[in-house]
Design a protein around this ligand. Structure first.
Ligand SMILES: C[S@@+](CC[C@H](N)C(=O)[O-])C[C@H]1O[C@@H](n2cnc3c(N)ncnc32)[C@H](O)[C@@H]1O
Length: 191
């Protein structure tokens, strides 16, 4: 994390390119990660573009009325599950830097009859939200894609209210375990 093996802007372009051309795997990822009762009320379009790596929502203590931030919402599967849990008095701020992903989330939320999912275009390293404005941060398979993870985590700390919660699924590796040619390989980073 402390080494700058590739330029940040170049890495973000690689990630944008990878996720703007991502293809659906049917609902293979969704059914591997989530139970049928968790998927109830999640439109097929969101299930078919589930790109997460785990199921942190099983551990996230989401309360009625809370404001949730979903970092890197993708096609919206976690945002929709979270919006069901907050109820109409709460809201989910679905952040992604790709407009096409935000369109998928907005359309899936509309199909699910939810009007408490708000899409936000932005970068996780500069979250366009005020300080102390969020009760709970969720994220699935996204923070590993940040070239500046320390900055992303600092942004999470800034936008979370005091006592707010952070519950994510992600990959970690020890840099020492991988050679530089793998650490700097575009497909390895974006994938
Ligand atoms: C692996 S997908 C996960 C999507 C979603 N969380 C899910 O579980 O299906 C990664 C998502 O993060 C978004 N993303 C990657 N880098 C980002 C950044 N710097 N800021 C905001 N979103 C980013 C991508 O556009 C993509 O939608």
């Amino acid at each position: 994390m402390t080494k700058d093996l590739m330029h940040s802007a170049e890495l973000k372009d690689l990630v944008r390119e990878a996720y703007s051309s991502v293809v659906s795997d049917g609902d293979a990822t969704a059914t591997r990660l989530y139970a049928e009762d968790e998927l109830a009320g999640v439109p097929r379009s969101a299930r078919e573009f589930a790109l997460g790596v785990g199921n942190h929502l099983r551990y996230a203590d989401i309360q009625l009325g809370e404001t949730i931030l979903d970092i890197g919402c993708g096609a919206g599967i976690d945002s929709i599950i979270a919006a069901h849990r907050t109820g109409p008095a709460g809201r989910v701020l679905a952040l992604d830097f790709l407009p096409e992903m935000l369109e998928r989330t907005a359309s899936a939320a509309a199909e699910a009859g939810l009007d408490n999912v708000e899409t936000i275009e932005g970068d996780m390293e500069a979250i366009p939200l005020p300080d102390d404005s969020v009760d709970h941060i969720i994220s699935n398979g996204v923070i590993n894609l940040s070239p500046r993870k320390t900055r992303t985590l600092a942004e999470c700390t800034r936008v979370l209210r005091p006592g707010g919660r952070f519950c994510v699924s992600d990959f970690t590796i020890d840099e020492e375990d991988l050679p530089p040619e793998v650490l700097t390989h575009p497909a390895a980073w974006a994938g």
